[in-house]
Ligand binder design. Structure first.
Ligand code: FES
Length: 87
C-alpha cells in the first residue's frame, strides 16, 4: 500500500493493494473524471506535486512517464510511499 495526499486540503488516504487511487478518492468524496478506467483515454490525468508514480497506463508517452509530474489514477500506482496530488 501507499499513501496519497490531497494538496488543497492536506487530507491523506491509504491506497490498499486491491483498490485504485481513483476508488480511494471516490470513497472519500473526491470526484475526478474517469472514462476507460484502463489507462487508455487519459481522462483521469492528475498532476503530481511530490512522489514517484508507478505508471501503468498506455496513454502517456515515455518522456511524460519519465517526468513523473502527472499520472492516471484509474490504474497507476506509486513507487514512493507517498504521492501528493494536485487536487
Ligand atoms: Fe482512462 Fe484513466 S480513465 S486513463
Amino acid at each position: 500500500s501507499f499513501e496519497i495526499k490531497i494538496a488543497s486540503s492536506g487530507a491523506t488516504f491509504t491506497v490498499p493493494e486491491d483498490k485504485s487511487v481513483y476508488q480511494v478518492l471516490t470513497e472519500n468524496g473526491i470526484e475526478i473524471m474517469v472514462s476507460c478506467e484502463q489507462g487508455v483515454c487519459g481522462t483521469c490525468l492528475t498532476r503530481i506535486l511530490e512522489g514517484e508514480p508507478d505508471h501503468r497506463d498506455l496513454y502517456l508517452e515515455e518522456h511524460e512517464h519519465a517526468a513523473n509530474d502527472q499520472f492516471t489514477p484509474c490504474c497507476s500506482r506509486a513507487k514512493s510511499r507517498l504521492l501528493v496530488l494536485d487536487l
